[in-house]
Structure formats: C-alpha cells, structure tokens
Design a protein around this ligand. Structure first.
Ligand code: PHE
Length: 445
C-alpha cells in the first residue's frame, strides 16, 4: 500500500501546505483578539517563548513519527507500537478533526457572508449599533448561516477529494501567495492611518503585570491551536514527506511563518482599532463588528473590508482542508474507500455536526453545555481538552515509547547533524508532559 502512497511534489508545496494549515482563523481572528485581551507586548513575548520552547519541539516530533509511519494517524501509532493501545491517540485526533472543522466551518461561513456584504456595500455609513444589528441578524438566522457553512464544506470537500498533490498542495501554492500579498496591502493601510502609532506602541510595549497564570494558559492553548498541533494534522502531513527533507529546519520555517503572520495580523487590526478610539479587548466582536465599523469610515473602505475577509477565507480554507485530510486519510486507508467517497461522506458528517453550533447563536441561544453556548463549547472542548490531550499522549509516546533516539534517527536520514538533540529530548520527555497535564487539569476548572 505504501509504495503508491502520495508524496508532496515539492518542498515549497509541503511548506506552503503546512503554513496554510497553521495560518487560519487562529492567527487572524483569535490571536489579535487574545493579544487585545491580554495586554499586548508582554503576551507577544510570552507567545514567542512558548512557540520556540514547546511548539517547535512537538512539531518536530510529530513530523518525525508521521514520516516514519507513512500512514493515517491511527495506523501510524499501531505500526510503531503494534502491541500497545497508543492508537487511541489517533482516534482522538480523528475525532478532533471532526469537532474542530464543524465549528470552524460555521465561522468561516460568516466570513463568506461578510465578503458579500462588503461587496454589496451593506456596511456603508452604518454606526456601531447598526453593524451589531447586521451581525446579530446574520448569526441568529436559522438558515442563512447554514447555507454558508454548507458552501464552505463543499469547497473543502472539493479540494481534499483531489488528493494531496492535485488538491491540497496545488491549492496552497496558489492561495498562500495571495494571502501574503493581501496582508501586505492591509498592513500598509493600517500603519499609515492617523493615530496608528499609539496602537503599535501598545502592541509592542510589554506590561509584565498582565502576565498571569490564565494568560500563560491561554498563550499555550493558542500555540497549540495555531500550529495545528496535538491532533494529527502535522503527523498526517508528515506522512507524505520525502526522506530527503530536513525536519527541524522545516519546522522552524513553518513556526516562524505562523508567528510572523499572527503578529502582522495584529498590526493590521490593533492600530486601526486605536486610530478609531475603539477598545482592543472586546473579544469576538472585534472582527465582526469593530472592523466593519472602521472599514466603513475609511476611504475605499469596502475594498479594504472585502480584502480583509477574503484573507480570512483563504486562511480558514487552507486550515479546513488540513483538518478534513486527517479524517479522510483515516477512512480511505482503513475502509479502502476512494478519496472521493471518503471526502464526501466525512465532509457531510462534519456539516451535520456543525448545525448545532450554527444554531447556537440563534434558535438554540439559550441552550448551553457546561454553561457555554454550543459553539463556544466546541471551541473550548478542542483547545482546552482535545488538543492538549492529543498533544500529551503524542509527547508521551515520542518521549517514552518510541524514544527520542528514534526521532533523532529519523531526522538523521538526510545525514545532517541534529542540533540541540539533548535539549529537545528533555523538552519532549519532561517539559511537554508536565505543561500539557497542567493545561488539561486547569481546563476542567
Ligand atoms: N491552525 C489553525 C488556525 O490557526 C487551526 C487548526 C487547528 C488547523 C488544528 C488544523 C488543526 O486557525
């Protein structure tokens, strides 16, 4: 089976697909929101520290087992450790794929609806209340958001169905450069706004008093979500990786691009927020209410607004395909389904799973799970429980079952020296399990 398994066609294709998976709503919507709520500069430094100290080491390990296993995530754990029960980690990963994509697609659906609203000029000359009203009436509508959620899933399915090479790699190669170009235009727009300097200052000036345990936990959760760690995406993408590729080097490039785009997105959003005298710490409405207000007041606002939401859509589409690919790889290889059949069936199930999240901002507004509306619950379930549990089991597996020695062997395939091998082993064996257990325990309280 493995002989005919697909491989990435080129190094740039692999990197762009990985970066495409990493850069998503997490960078452009969640990161600036969390930075806004957690006090700017200090959070950014903390975030960088966690990316380099914890995120990259786990990414290296995930890529290494992925490449060794050359299978879907469940089979990879079984192959490396046939007698144990570690394959359950893979099952958790497949489940996370369904859960995350189901609510991710609902939010991406709102993004698509916003593109149309900007193009049609619906936000022209509206005040905050009118924009809030537009937002509320979109998300509380029983069927319109479902239509957009369905359309987003159709796009994801159509790409994944075409396979790694013709689908995911090709799409990422076309879309990611467009994403970078749009971001550049928007950054330029944002920093040339009058009053933007104050926002930039706020963004990069660390206020250490704001770094508390909850802030550290939210930074950790954000790193996992943003780098697509802990759920098998990286393992799955690593399984199509050529032996000649240098894993640590590629991991650094990918993580660095991810952080860079997150910070740039904050530079796009926060100065604009300051220039218009709005508070940066409003949370979710920042993107869907505050930004339209700001764009509405700018010359060529509709143009920039449309560009911004297209940027979000590209980012979420390339992440969405990486989520579905985890699931599709499992179903094609386990049940011998064709890619087409697996993509359509699992994509449709994801659509159905997203319906309660979509209705949770309207019809099911008063229905909560553990005190949270369904959509927020799905988000917390994934970033506080599923990803950290998946990450913990993966780290324990790499550190104590497969052993760092095997990962290092896997990395030495290109006969290069592995720098910092010892420090890396220490992080995977001790730091990661402790930190992740802590996140999981505190997630329950
Ligand atoms: N990394 C993506 C983002 O930042 C989300 C994601 C999580 C994608 C897990 C795949 C796996 O939006």
């Amino acid at each position: 089976m493995n002989e005919n398994r697909e491989k990435w066609g080129s190094r740039s294709g692999f990197i762009l697909a990985m970066v495409g998976s990493a850069i998503g709503l997490g960078n452009i919507w969640r990161f600036p929101t969390v930075v806004g709520q957690s006090g700017g500069g200090a959070f950014i430094l903390l975030y960088l520290l966690i990316i380099f100290g914890i995120g990259i080491p786990l990414m290296i390990g995930e890529l290494a087992i992925g490449r060794r296993g050359k299978s879907n995530i469940v089979a990879t754990f079984k192959k490396i450790n046939p007698k144990g029960k570690w394959w359950i980690t893979g099952v958790i990963g497949v489940t996370s794929g369904f859960v995350i994509l189901s609510f991710y697609s609902v939010i991406s659906g709102w993004v698509m609806a916003y593109i149309v609203k900007f193009i049609s000029g619906e936000f022209n000359n509206l005040d905050t209340q009118e924009i809030s009203h537009t937002y509320e009436s979109l998300v509380s509508h029983p069927s319109v958001p479902l239509f957009w959620h369905g359309l987003f899933m159709v796009m994801v399915i159509s790409i994944v169905m075409l396979g790694i090479h013709k689908g995911i790699e090709k799409t990422s190669k076309i879309l990611m450069p467009i994403l970078f170009a749009i971001l550049l235009i928007l950054v330029f727009r944002s920093i040339t706004l009058e009053g933007a300097a104050e926002g930039i200052k706020w963004l990069f000036k660390p206020d250490w008093s704001l770094i508390t345990i909850p802030t550290i936990l939210s930074a950790l959760g954000q790193v996992f979500f943003s780098l697509s760690l802990g759920m098998g995406t990286i393992i799955t993408y690593g399984s199509y990786l050529n032996d000649s590729e240098n894993i640590p080097y590629n991991s650094v490039i990918i993580a660095f691009s991810d952080v860079f785009i997150a910070i740039i997105s904050a530079v796009v959003i926060i100065p604009a927020v300051f220039a218009y005298g709005v508070q940066p710490d409003v949370g979710m409405p920042l993107i869907f209410i505050t930004l339209p207000l700001i764009f509405g007041a700018l010359p060529l606002g509709n143009f920039f607004g449309t560009l911004f939401f297209i940027l979000l859509l590209i980012a979420s589409l390339t992440s969405g395909i990486s989520l579905l690919q985890v699931v599709v790889a499992y179903f094609t290889e386990t049940f011998k389904w064709s890619k087409k059949k697996a993509s359509i069936i699992t994509g449709f199930i994801t659509f159905l799973m997203g319906i309660p999240s979509s209705l949770s901002t309207g019809l099911l507004e008063n229905y909560t799970i553990f005190g949270e509306p369904i959509l927020d619950f799905m988000d917390s379930l994934s970033s506080r429980i599923l990803l950290p549990v998946g990450g913990l089991l993966t780290a324990l597996f790499i550190g104590w079952v497969w052993k760092p020695k095997s990962t290092i062997e896997e990395m030495q395939k290109q006969d290069n020296k592995v720098p910092l091998g010892r420090q890396w082993s220490f992080v995977v064996k001790f730091i990661l399990p402790v930190v992740l257990s802590y996140i999981i325990i505190s997630g329950f309280f």
